[in-house]
Design a protein around this ligand. Sequence first.
Ligand SMILES: [Zn+2]
Length: 101
Amino acid sequence: MIRFKSGVTPFVIQQYYDALTTQGIPCVVRNQFISGAMGELPAQDLEQELWLINADDLVFAERVLTSLKEDNSAEAWVCNTCHEPQDAEFNLCWNCQSPKC
Ligand SMILES: [Zn+2]
């Protein structure tokens, strides 16, 4: 387990979580249900955190989040080289790095 993201709103954590799980990256949200303890714990302990189950996924996970910030109006596509399905926001194949065409 490795802590991946914190210090953002619960909405953003959820958005990241959805994006990573869509890409098949196992991850968990910590402190998801702790808001009931607000006022009893220091603020930093109330912050939601996104953790990756496998530290090896870190680079790919960062790439997924980077792609979230780009235009996602395009449609999903399939790599012409290796035939892996790609999410619309990627312009390079995640598997073989061939460009989208
Ligand atoms: Zn490919």
